[in-house]
Design a protein around this ligand. Sequence first.
Ligand SMILES: Nc1ncnc2c1ncn2[C@@H]1O[C@H](COP(=O)(O)OP(=O)(O)OP(=O)(O)O)[C@@H](O)[C@H]1O
Length: 126
Amino acid sequence: MHLDSQDNKKRRVGFSCAINGIKSAISSEINIKIHLIATIIVIFVGFLFQISLFEWAILLLTIGSVLSFEMINTAMERAMDYLAPEFHPLVGLVKDLSAGAVFISALTSILVGSIIFLPKIIQLIW
Ligand SMILES: Nc1ncnc2c1ncn2[C@@H]1O[C@H](COP(=O)(O)OP(=O)(O)OP(=O)(O)O)[C@@H](O)[C@H]1O
């Protein structure tokens, strides 16, 4: 019983740390704000075109991966700035690799969005 409540407390603390991280990222990172605005637009367009459950699943996975990569990239930048504030090619490479991961996920999300929405938009126009 005692262990159970300790586990629950740990879980609550872990959850509030995660919410803290998300709040901090949203308030300080312009890129996250841009991704969130894009997410709201994409979700709105998804409802507009009444996309299928399968398309929603793919879209939500893509949105989740972009936001997650952006947050990991932010964490990486902060950690490098704290641990290695001086200029060093390796620090630059770590930041570039991390930014590259965001770029790949953003590019993938554009492709996924195009595959889902372009045929519907073309059908609407013609
Ligand atoms: N300490 C460093 N040593 C070498 N190159 C660095 C260093 N800091 C940054 N760079 C280079 O500058 C680029 C941008 O780094 P920076 O930390 O400014 O990230 P950012 O993408 O501008 O993010 P933010 O605006 O959120 O800080 C890195 O990808 C890297 O190529």
